[in-house]
Write a protein of this length. Structure first.
Length: 241
């Protein structure tokens, strides 16, 4: 199994305040890896640095090649895609136009298979097909998350990074979103999932990292983490015997 992403001793600071302290993690091909932890632990900052949106120190390797100084645009072109916590859709544009923007890099490179990818996205998200002419700003929270995922898939990512995909959604919609995440893995998309809903995240992930105050406190196979007394008590709401 080959590593799509390797992060070693990553450090990210805002001014003189270091928010991420020496984090190392690996995402292997065909796997879902989750990062769980409390608010303010540095999870979103970690994703921003991996994407190249934030300056950092340490080493980032994509597909076996050093990507530490690779520009954001090139990381996207090479198959790295981030769905941010706020989704950052273009509210005044239609669902269809938001999806087209997800394939911008592919348009620039002359890719001829964009229409086929769009059809695949509509098959995976029938509600987006029904609302393709609707403005993104008029969608429900669950539909907006589906659109954010669909837009990311238009880029044909090899590694998809998801930042809090369940945030602000009703429990039934959360279940649907995590079902979609599992289906994406089955379709061959590798995923780095940052999520506060630790129970749902560990159910779909193969491996997990617990991030606390900017550092990896615990890591391991998801089953093992779910059975860890500290994780169970702190993040799963279970009493330790």
């Amino acid at each position: 199994m080959s590593a799509l992403l390797e992060v070693r001793d990553l450090r990210v600071a805002y001014g003189k305040v270091e928010a991420v302290h020496g984090v190392s993690l690996t995402v292997d091909e065909g796997r879902i890896v989750t990062v769980i932890g409390p608010n303010g632990a540095g999870k979103t900052t970690l994703l921003g640095a991996i994407m190249g949106l934030l300056p950092s120190r340490g080493a980032i390797s994509l597909y076996g090649a050093d990507a530490t100084r690779t520009p954001v645009e090139q990381r996207v072109a090479e198959g790295l895609c981030l769905v941010p916590e706020r989704r950052e859709l273009f509210a005044a544009m239609t669902v269809a136009d938001n999806l087209e923007l997800g394939a911008f890099q592919r348009y620039r490179s002359g890719d001829k298979a964009i229409a086929a990818t769009r059809d695949e996205v509509y098959q995976r998200f029938p509600r987006l097909a029904e609302r393709r002419r609707q403005l993104a700003g008029t969608l429900s929270g669950g539909e907006r998350q589906m659109l954010a995922l669909g837009r990311a898939l238009m880029a044909k990512p090899r590694l998809l990074m998801l930042d809090e995909p369940s945030l602000g959604l009703a429990p039934l919609i959360v279940k649907e979103i995590f079902s979609i995440i599992s289906a994406l893995k089955a379709a061959g998309v590798s995923i780095l999932l940052v999520e506060q809903n630790a129970r749902a995240a560990l159910q779909v992930a193969d491996h997990g990292y617990v991030l606390e105050t900017g550092e990896v406190a615990i890591e391991g196979a998801s089953e093992g983490l779910a059975g860890n007394p500290r994780v169970a008590a702190t993040y799963l709401g279970q009493k330790v015997a």
